[in-house]
Design a protein around this ligand. Structure first.
Ligand code: IVH
Length: 665
């Protein structure tokens, strides 16, 4: 048996080394094939001898099957953020403040500011034991299972001179190449695109399934070590040690003494960063000596020993060639600028969002204007200004269209609103298609039918409203050009399955203006069937918590429309759920009506989501943050001290899970 253990240990050690060579040093010494063979051997041994299981084995990098919402963990040391600066004179001010505060020689470490998700890793006896997100700085999500799948994060440290226990903090990042690939895939699957690698990375880290995380190829840079027995008094020197232990530490780190050195670093990396594989958004300056850091201390929010300098968003100047207008599913008309193509942050920009009429007027846009475009972390760039001096006297002012570009109907604008609508709900093609797309989305009916499929079905005259979906036969769909039998069956299967979607989601799926997911839930609790909702007046509707005149009027208008009623009747015949299930109705009470409750911490008897559902079922309101309007805080273990303090200060009653369950009994 001991021999087996030795064999397992040797394989683990060898694979850890190869992982390090590949993911941290980027210099692999064996082929992927050889690596996979060894990994398979280890995995087979671990399956045969489960007594040697270890969560930090290289085999665990592929992600285990666990699936639960994240435990909230309080940070041993709070995770602070940094004060931001945008100008060189603010950097000079920081330098002078440090000089004055220390009255001694000091070194400043200049580093890149990585634009990802911050993470705090705990290592005990050289093994990764916990990975927590920043959360609110006081407590965060325990995402250890997900972080174990990130190859550049060591599960077991190299060498033996690391402290028995320490934390190391850094950034989890999705490389640009992975981000581009992921969005390409999502576009093909007709799924919503991620706006930037930061969102894609943090979304990935919050995935419930570590296998998905493993497939997304996240990377990491570590930049801050904390603990009682750190190897040296220098931040820089400690990170060099961390590098030896196997962490990925940025190569772009320099110790500077003078402001000139600091500015040279800033200027160099403002250019060089464009060639990096991951996103950065500035420079971080830190006093190197930990003793000096302690002497400088903290303000109420930030360390006095460190500061961030944020890079200016990249700007380009180009010509506004024309403005076109897009019509959404609710008929809202959005203006889009068509630009003379220009390079910006590595991509060619041809279009920019103009949001609404007010935005155009504020810019006083004219066709042919020289405009400044900026990428603010979104996929679609925006116009941030106009070079008025370059405007020609004959250049025409942009006047918001009064006619729907899709169907020619006169647009309308409600008083006090910024948005124009096309009122031709019944016959305006993008509105029809948009409603069908919305009906099919995952949070609505979860039908495998994205924009392209809707376009096909619409053009083939097979679907003209949401009820038509239920008349589709896979044989007919597969007869359409470019449709395989399998995808046709997938589509009709998902349509069939949607008959089980519960009433609140069906109500959301109908796409009534202003009725989002939360409003749909509220409405279905108050009016337990569509028949009851249909006959409700504005007065009835506004009795419901959070339903105001605007929503109420929109609902009444929707049900006054003959076309909508016809569609609903057909959906009823197809067996769509238009009533709340008996189970939910029987559990529904008014016990918490009018009460706003904040959930905080972790619980033993039920999950947070279950408690949220219980609050809603009993007529109460879930609220995310504590305010004077909060009636109760339902507190579990590890409630954040900041939240606790706030609740106490406002005199809000704090209850535990037993007291809560008693309340709704
Ligand atoms: S040090 C107490 N160094 O920027 C100081 N932060 O606003 C701890 N970040 O929350 C942070 N690169 O997520 C530090 N080289 C770097 C960084 C960095 C990115 C992030 C981090 C932090 C935020 C500060």
């Amino acid at each position: 048996m001991d021999q087996i253990k030795q064999q397992i240990d040797a394989l683990r050690e060898e694979l850890n080394k190869h992982n390090y060579d590949y993911y941290v040093l980027s210099t692999p010494t064996i082929s992927d094939f050889e690596f996979d063979k060894k990994l398979k051997k280890l995995s087979d041994l671990e399956t045969r001898y489960p007594e040697y299981f270890n969560p930090n084995s290289p085999t665990q990098r592929v992600g285990s099957d666990i699936n639960k919402s994240f435990k909230q963990v309080v940070h041993k040391y709070p995770m602070l953020s940094l004060g931001n600066t945008y100008t060189e004179s603010e950097v000079t001010d920081f330098y002078n403040r440090v000089q004055k505060g220390l009255n001694d020689d000091f070194e400043i470490v200049c580093e890149l500011k990585y634009d990802g998700t911050s993470i705090s890793l705990t290592y005990i006896d050289g093994e990764l034991t916990q990975a927590i997100t920043r959360g609110d700085g006081v407590q965060g999500d325990d995402v250890t299972a997900n972080v174990r799948t990130i190859r550049s994060i060591p599960l077991k440290l190299r060498g033996n001179d690391y402290p028995a226990e320490f934390e190391i903090r850094g950034e989890i990042l999705m490389p640009w190449s992975v981000f581009d690939e992921l969005n390409k895939e999502r576009a093909e699957q007709e799924e919503a695109l991620f706006a930037n690698p930061r969102n894609a990375g943090s979304g990935t880290l919050k995935q419930q399934d570590p296998k998905i995380v493993a497939s997304r190829k996240l990377d990491s840079y570590l930049y801050y070590m904390l603990g009682e027995n750190l190897p040296t008094d220098g931040h820089y020197e400690n990170l060099m040690k961390a590098k030896e232990w196997g962490f990925k530490i940025s190569g772009a780190m320099e110790k500077c003494r003078t402001l000139d050195d600091i500015f040279a670093f800033i200027h160099k990396w403002d250019i060089e960063r464009k060639n990096l594989p991951v996103a950065t958004d500035g420079i971080v300056l830190k006093v190197n000596s930990l003793t000096q850091q302690r002497n400088l201390g903290y303000t109420s929010k930030f360390p006095r020993w460190a500061i961030a300098f944020k890079f200016q968003a990249e700007k380009a100047v180009t010509t506004l060639e024309s403005v076109s207008y897009q019509v959404g599913r609710t008929g809202a008309v959005t203006p889009v600028a068509n630009l003379k193509p220009v390079k910006l942050s590595g991509t060619t920009v041809k279009r920019a969002s103009l949001y609404n009429e007010d935005y155009i007027n504020q810019l006083d846009l004219h066709i042919n204007d020289q405009v400044y475009v900026e990428k603010g972390g979104e996929i679609i760039p925006k116009i941030t200004g106009v070079d008025v001096a370059k405007r020609g006297i004959f250049d025409e002012k942009v006047i918001f269209t009064q006619i729907c570009p899709e169907c020619g109907t006169h647009l309308v604008k409600d008083e006090g609103e910024a948005v124009y609508y096309c009122p031709n709900e019944v016959a305006c093609p993008p509105q029809i298609k948009g409603r069908i797309e919305h009906f099919c989305t995952r949070k609505a009916m979860n039908i495998s039918c994205g924009p392209e499929t809707v376009e096909h079905l619409y053009n083939a005259n097979m679907v003209r409203n949401i009820a038509d979906l239920y008349t589709l036969r896979w044989q007919d769909v597969s007869r359409m050009e470019r449709w395989a039998e399998k995808s046709a069956k997938n589509l009709t299967d998902s349509i069939l399955n949607s008959k089980n979607v519960p009433y609140p989601r069906v109500l959301f799926a109908l796409g009534i203006r202003y009725v989002g997911e939360t409003v749909a839930k509220k409405l279905s609790m108050a009016f337990t069937s569509i028949d009851k909702l249909m006959v409700a007046s504005v007065e009835d509707l506004i009795q419901v918590d959070e339903i105001g005149d605007r929503i109420a009027e929109s609902i009444v208008k929707y049900f006054n429309d003959e076309n909508n009623l016809t569609v609903i009747n057909r959906l009823k015949e197809f067996g769509i759920q238009f009533e709340l299930s008996e189970d939910i109705i029987s559990k529904r009470t008014d016990k918490l009506t009018g009460l706003s409750i904040v959930i905080s911490g972790t619980f033993e008897k039920h999950s947070r989501d279950e408690y949220k559902a219980m609050i809603e079922q009993n007529g109460g309101k879930n609220s995310g943050s504590i305010s004077a309007k909060t009636n109760y805080v339902l507190a579990g273990d590890n409630m954040g001290p900041a939240k606790l303090e706030k609740a106490e200060k406002l005199g809000i009653t704090i209850i535990n899970e037993d007291a809560f369950l008693e309340m709704i009994k």
